[in-house]
Design a protein. Structure first.
Length: 391
């Protein structure tokens, strides 16, 4: 086994990407006999693997075309700063994790300056949803793709993109999800008349929260008017706490605002149903066995471009199972009354709840792999490095 030191450049622009990248780097360190140094951009998880981020990666946590346009000068500067730092460091491999609007632009610049540098893209861009041409466009600057959804290798092959491997999803081995899943499968549905707990998850981005939280507030009021006393819990991240508290301060009915992972997973365990922003959290809820209705509000430019979106659903459990499991409400059809009625059905012993939980089992089965995602990804990275003579 080679003991050659490795220098890995990593760029992760979201919390989920930071966790994915950290898992892979941790597995790489276990599998490689030599030292593994990390440079690039990331958050707390990658910092735990020795990364000193070039800048605060929360600057990349933006949503919607209007936000991108408003921050375009800063984003262009960060692309240049990141590219120049990686080019100067001359790493053995570049790992770009999700956030394609930023990470792919960096990868293009780096590949132009370092044409022999292996580049791995972790989390396949959603070419199956829109802009299918992006798959083939990746060929000049991405060598291999590590996919977290089982249908993506076939899609990338059909579209002529880089070699793509399904390595599984880190959430299937997440200790808290496994614990909550088993606890929820062992519990019974609350009896008619018992007080319910409804979990509210309006997202972790400011734009999401601003758009969705007023709708959630109206749904809370209607739910209580129809069903009586109800407990509403809303986990949020520290950087959004002030926003959430400020938006809910004047409400007659306020949710319990929770901070920290421990509180979040306790809320997952205790909830009878959830109303959540579309995204990775919908998959977290599905794997943890929490019935949910998915919501989304796009900015005005996204709404104008809606006819270009090819995918039939935005909910990850639906995409993975290839049939409708989680109900979804977008933009103008997102109304409090719809969310209330789904929350009622999903928090009680109903056919709708039973059907959703059965679908969750299908999702779980389709995501199973021989190795945890980080370990499988590390093996593929080492294989690519060996083929390129960098070990």
């Amino acid at each position: 086994m080679s003991e050659k030191p490795l220098k890995i450049a990593v760029i992760a622009g979201e919390v989920s990407g930071d966790l994915l990248g950290a898992d892979l780097i941790a597995a790489l360190k276990q599998r490689h006999a030599g030292r593994v140094d990390v440079i690039g951009v990331g958050g707390e998880a990658l910092a735990g693997q020795g990364l000193q981020s070039l800048f605060d990666f929360s600057e990349l946590s933006i949503m919607g075309i209007t936000q991108v346009l408003s921050k375009l000068p800063r984003l262009i500067k960060l692309i240049s700063v990141t590219s120049d730092a990686i080019i100067a460091a001359k790493p053995d491999l570049l790992l770009i994790v999700d956030s394609p609007d930023f990470t792919h632009r960096v990868a293009k610049r780096v590949r132009k300056a370092l044409p022999d540098l292996p580049v791995v893209n972790y989390v396949c861009p959603s070419v199956w949803a829109w802009k299918e041409y992006r798959a083939k466009a990746m060929l000049p600057y991405v060598d291999e793709v590590l996919a977290v959804l089982p249908f993506e290798p076939q899609v990338m092959e059909r579209l002529g993109g880089p070699k793509t491997h399904f390595i599984g999803h880190r959430l299937t081995t997440h200790a808290e999800i496994l614990r909550v899943r088993e606890a929820r499968k062992a519990r019974s549905v609350r009896a008619v008349g018992d007080e319910r707990t409804i979990l509210l998850l309006p997202g972790s981005r400011g734009a999401e929260i601003t758009q969705l939280l007023p709708v959630f507030g109206a749904a809370m009021e209607e739910y209580v008017a129809r069903n009586g006393k109800t407990r509403f819990v809303l986990p949020t991240v520290p950087r959004q706490e002030a926003r959430v508290r400020g938006m809910t301060a004047s409400w007659a009915l306020r949710p319990e605002i929770l901070l920290g992972d421990e509180a979040k997973w306790k809320a997952f365990e205790e909830a009878d149903a959830a109303i959540a922003a579309s995204g990775t959290v919908i998959l977290e809820l599905a794997l943890a066995y929490v019935p949910v209705v998915s919501t989304y509000k796009g900015d005005w430019i996204i709404r104008m471009m809606a006819n270009r979106i090819k995918v039939w659903t935005g909910a990850l459990p639906n995409l993975i199972a290839d049939y409708a499991i989680v109900p979804e409400y977008f933009n103008d059809v997102l109304r409090p009354a719809s969310l209330v009625r789904w929350a009622e059905r999903l928090s009680s012993n109903t056919p709708q709840r039973a059907t959703m939980l059965s679908g969750y089992d299908d999702v779980w089965n389709r995501l199973q792999t021989d190795l945890p995602a980080g370990e499988a990804g590390a093996d593929l990275v080492l294989s690519l490095l060996a083929r390129r003579g960098r070990l």
